[in-house]
Design a protein. Structure first.
Length: 150
């Protein structure tokens, strides 16, 4: 793929992302599915103006995400920060998934299947997202980031 595997883990993920962004025909979900071990990361690509985040399927790393009052997406490993900023609009980041600000949330374990949110109603009657799960119905080609869900 054109990147050095000997690099330290954070550098490896950053270099792999750059390679995918700049010159690789391989979809990101394929690279993530091949990673061994526990991982979770959030990257902001200043050059492209996008956010890319993912967490391993083993659930060993905890990330949380939500929608802040200004409508922006927040992702962090600090649940208290997310709670304070997103109030009731937050949930654990789903294991085995990736988020790209241009393509949205998708499972890299099962990239052809849609992700659905599960809402609950709190004690004040407000709807809150508390989990995301995989829907066993494939995406149509138009919903796949870059049309590459295979």
């Amino acid at each position: 793929m054109g990147f050095q595997r000997e690099a330290m883990r954070p550098c490896f993920v950053i270099e792999a992302y750059r390679t995918l962004r700049d010159r690789s025909p391989i979809p990101a979900h394929r690279l993530l599915k091949e990673l061994d071990g526990s991982f979770g990361f959030v990257m902001y690509d200043h050059k492209a103006g996008v956010v890319f985040a993912a967490i391993g399927a083993d659930k060993a790393v905890n990330l949380f995400w939500g929608i802040a009052a200004d409508g922006s997406v927040m992702i962090s490993d600090n649940v208290d920060l997310i709670k304070a900023s997103c109030r009731k609009s937050f949930a654990p980041f789903p294991a085995g998934c990736m988020y790209h600000s241009e393509g949205g949330l998708m499972s890299f374990e099962h990239p052809k299947n849609k992700m659905k949110s599960h809402a609950r109603v709190d004690s004040e009657g407000a709807a809150c997202v508390d989990a995301f799960f995989l829907q066993w119905m494939p995406y149509s080609k138009q919903h796949c980031p870059g049309g590459q869900c295979s």
